[in-house]
Ligand binder design. Structure first.
Ligand code: SF4
Length: 380
């Protein structure tokens, strides 16, 4: 299959692994964070860690949209769905994220709430058209990849005068999260998460381009290599990061040239800029409140903003006390460090969000049997 098979070639993978082993200097360590859950998934699925020398360590990042959604936002969605006559639409993984009081959207649906699993924002619009007498709310989550379709849905709802449609906007931004990880006290003061470079997002970068990472690479002096989600993409990116570390460079390089340009998708960015503006602050699971890290709907589209329409008030809720998702999302711990990993917490019975989506670090490790990974990165 074009653009798939040639990026899964075993001989090429062995050649890249040999180059990484040859070029990684034995006297130093390379701590490389894969920001995206898609990369975490690829690393677990294809056993990429097994091909790397011991001093090249991959650290999970927070780039799984379901994982970073805090419990309070799921609680908000469940409260919305409890309103008489209201239909709440959302993506499948979101429905299984644990909320307060042992609930999830799936359990709320089982108790009678009208919550519908959709594949795209267009499905939510269709449901609103089919039920003119009922309020339909799209519970929108995700990074920059899923933001443009939400913008299109709002513009189409306005054009079609769909007064019963609104969006509960929870879209978050990648560059702000990467900067926050490096500014966190663990990194700044304690050095418990030594990060030498980043494997940059694939899908997100098709939209925003490589340019937004340039400030970050310069300011924090960390190299970024944007990579696709196939195993050879990831291995090539690791080799490029090892080379940058060896050379003392902190540049943005683009391994995923078949899909990512410096400017990204200009049309999609214009749509997003028309409909959304920066939110002053947003709570991320694992990262806490991160300034200017999320989007809200602009005043001129207020009629389609569920937060304004229903007076949604956000309340921060702590994670389950056994769950280590917060530390895992910051790269401080690994899934196997969690006492309930693979026993009480499994994909069938997730205790935390990292076990829900296939992009979650815990789910990826569980699914591909990576239980015996060396536990947490040592404190320096
Ligand atoms: S194994 Fe489950 S409870 Fe533990 S950190 Fe992962 S999601 Fe949270």
């Amino acid at each position: 299959m074009k653009y798939i098979d040639e990026f899964r070639d075993g001989d090429l993978a062995r050649g890249l692994a040999a180059a990484i082993r040859r070029e990684a200097r034995p006297e130093r360590n390379y701590h490389l964070m894969e920001f995206c859950g898609g990369h975490t998934h690829a690393i677990s699925r294809y056993g990429i860690k097994d091909l790397l020398p011991g001093n090249v360590r991959m650290v999970h990042g927070p780039g799984c949209p379901v994982c970073v959604l805090p419990i309070g936002r799921i609680d908000n969605a469940i409260e919305l769905a409890a309103r008489p006559g209201l239909i709440l639409c959302t993506y499948a993984d979101t429905m299984r994220v644990p909320a307060s009081h042992g609930l999830s959207l799936l359990k709320a649906k089982a108790r009678g709430a009208d919550i519908r699993m959709i594949y795209s924002s267009a499905d939510a619009l269709r449901i609103a058209r089919e039920h003119p007498g009922r309020d339909v709310v799209f519970f929108a989550i995700g990074f920059e990849t899923t933001t443009p379709p939400t913008a299109v849905a709002i513009l189409q709802a306005q054009a079609q005068r769909l007064g019963n449609f609104s969006v509960f906007c929870n879209h978050v931004l990648t560059p702000a999260a990467i900067a926050n990880i490096l500014e966190s006290p663990e990194v700044r003061d304690l050095g418990t998460v030594p990060l030498d470079g980043f494997v940059g997002p694939a899908h997100v970068s098709t939209v925003i381009g490589s340019q937004p990472y340039e400030y970050f690479a310069q300011e924090y002096q960390r190299p970024v290599v944007i990579a696709g989600f196939e195993p050879l993409d990831v291995m090539q990116a690791i080799l490029m990061l090892v080379r940058q570390c060896n050379d003392g460079r902190a540049e943005v390089e683009n391994e995923f040239t078949r899909a990512v340009t410096r400017d990204g998708n200009v049309k999609a960015k214009a749509l997003v800029a028309d409909v959304f503006e920066l939110r002053r602050t947003f709570e991320w699971r694992g990262l806490g409140e991160v300034p200017y890290s999320a989007l809200q709907i602009k005043e001129r589209y207020r009629a389609f903003d569920a937060e304004a329409r229903y007076g949604i008030t956000y309340r921060s809720v702590p994670d389950h006390k056994a769950c280590e998702c917060g530390a895992i999302l910051r790269g401080v711990k690994k899934p196997a460090d969690c006492k309930v990993f693979g026993t009480v917490c499994t994909p069938e019975n997730p205790i935390g969000s990292c076990m829900v989506s296939s992009e979650g670090a815990c789910a990826a490790h569980y699914t591909y049997g990576r239980y015996n990974d060396v536990a947490a990165t040592p404190v320096l």
